[in-house]
Ligand binder design. Structure first.
Ligand code: NDP
Ligand code: 2IT
Length: 449
């Protein structure tokens, strides 16, 4: 079959737009992958014939449900719950849950779509899915968060299972929420099914290094990129946005690798600390007290807090956006380039806008897309599942060594695929093509389903 590749890619994208109106983030994520796949269709006409890309763009199942709960004042609250089971070609659906007021179907679909390729890149047997709710855990008591999680799981449990769909955390879902969700699943099903959720507490089936995994993994990935250019983190100025799970452990590992993180943020503003972020104080403010990043500057003499403008105005050699989607735009990208930034590594999912990514790729700045650079979290979730299945428990050192090996392996695979497909150094193309090929082969092998 002869395939007019550019026309085919345009046609697939037009159909995704038509079938999924108003889902801007999903469109953005699909477009970015499709742009890389023209080179694949050129070599694999069977994927055009069998509509493999079109099938991967359509979730296998989408669940939307009402989540009613009562707040501490006895008021009834109603939120919306989502789980998009996107693709199970490589294993049970796997991906986090996000609790944030901005959550809608388009955001869950963008995250689920990215997750398919990310999970493929880990080399672990996990399919792609994502879920969440427009519930805002901020300023809610533990009791309110518990009641919400119990109501959420009372509907979701019927769709989960260690061989079916295995959620974990994401924005707004950490150890506390995973505990309440797991507790309710166990209660309803009368099964202690450890492998049904990851990110569990260490005393009840959780795995060492899962908490640290995404941030550590992104730092290992950045280190691998630098090594490929004969460089290292040693003495480099680094800016990491966010101050949640990914950012905190990204900072920890960058400091261990010899870099100095001089700024981090939350959704209200950012702090600059020329001495390097003091991690003990940051953890005290953000993890123990669930406080705001401004409180860091209240406690550290060398730090100051800025509530306006962009964290990307702070000059750095390495930028690691680790908060949320589209947090780094074209203007920010120009500022970073002007200030001599050499590497941009996405700790978050899709934090750089398309024009920012174009600028990085065109200007020779080393750019790592999230689906490769932040895969350490989900890879370590798969290690947690592996430990649960074998009722085993690995040491911190063993788990971290495995994580590092996986991240360096993903970098090598993206790097080699980019070369093989005629775009040396382009890790966006490398990640999309390597991830897609692995999924497509399995989809194809399973027949028309
Ligand atoms: P957390 O909830 O722990 O932290 C999120 C951080 O990002 C907070 O500092 C938060 O600030 C900030 N943030 C969230 N939403 C916004 C927004 N709309 N505008 C500005 N800042 C915002 O989440 P994680 O650290 O787990 O997740 C961060 C990113 O990493 C997300 O993109 C997530 O999808 C991705 N990721 C997470 C993985 C994981 O294992 N946790 C794995 C792979 C990717 P504030 O407190 O003010 O809201
Ligand atoms: O975006 C992600 O990869 C995650 N939030 C982690 C998913 C997981 O299942 O560990």
């Amino acid at each position: 079959m002869h395939v007019d590749v550019p026309a085919k890619v345009q046609e697939i994208y037009a159909e995704v737009l038509r079938r999924n109106p108003g889902e801007a983030e999903f469109h953005q994520a699909v477009r970015e992958v499709l742009e890389s796949l023209a080179v694949v269709l050129g070599r694999h006409s069977e994927y055009a014939e069998m509509k493999t890309i079109e099938r991967i763009c359509e979730p296998e199942r989408q669940i939307i449900f009402r989540v009613p709960w009562q707040d501490d004042h006895g008021q009834v609250q109603i939120n919306r719950g989502f789980r998009v089971e996107f693709n199970s070609a490589l294993g049970p659906y796997k991906g986090g849950l996000r609790f944030h007021p901005s959550v809608n179907l388009g955001i869950v679909k963008f995250l689920g779509f990215e997750q398919i390729f990310k999970n493929a890149l880990t080399g672990m047997p996990i399919g792609g899915g994502k879920g969440g709710s427009d519930f805002d855990p901020k300023n809610r008591s533990d009791a309110e968060v518990m009641r919400f999680c119990q109501s959420f799981m009372t509907e979701l449990y019927r769709h989960l299972g260690e061989y079916t769909d295995v959620p974990a955390g994401d924005i707004g879902v950490g150890a506390r929420e995973i505990g309440y969700l797991f507790g309710q699943y166990k209660r309803i099903t009368n099964r202690y099914e450890s492998g049904v959720i990851t990110g569990k507490g260490l005393g009840w089936g959780g795995a060492l290094v899962r908490r640290e995994a995404t941030g550590y993994g992104a730092a290992f990935f950045a280190d691998a990129m630098m090594h490929a250019r004969g460089e290292s983190f040693e003495g480099r100025r680094v800016v990491i946005s966010g101050s949640g799970n990914v950012a905190v452990y990204g900072i920890e590992k960058v400091h261990e690798l010899g870099g100095v993180v001089v700024a981090c943020s939350d959704s209200s503003g950012y702090v600059v600390d020329e001495k390097g972020i003091d991690l003990e104080i940051l953890k005290q403010v953000k993890e123990t007290e669930r406080g705001r990043i401004s409180e860091y500057a209240d406690r550290v003499a060398s730090a100051h807090y800025i509530s306006q403008g962009s964290i990307w105005d702070v000059p750095c050699e390495v930028a690691m956006p680790s908060a949320t989607q589209n947090e780094l735009d074209g203007r920010d990208a120009r500022t970073l380039a002007r200030n001599g930034c050499q590497y941009v590594v996405e700790g978050a999912n899709m934090p750089a806008t398309p024009d920012a990514v174009s600028l990085f790729r065109a200007s020779g700045i080393g750019f790592a897309p999230g689906k490769a650079a932040n895969a350490g979290g989900v890879a370590t979730s798969a290690l947690e599942m592996q430990q649960n299945a074998s009722r085993d428990r690995w040491s911190f050192e063993q788990s971290e060594a495995k994580l590092e090996e996986i991240m360096r392996g993903i970098h090598a695979r993206c790097h080699e695929t980019a070369e093989e497909y005629g775009s040396p150094g382009d890790l966006v193309l490398g990640a999309n093509v390597a991830g897609f090929l692995q999924v497509a082969e399995a989809v194809h092998a399973h027949g028309l389903i």
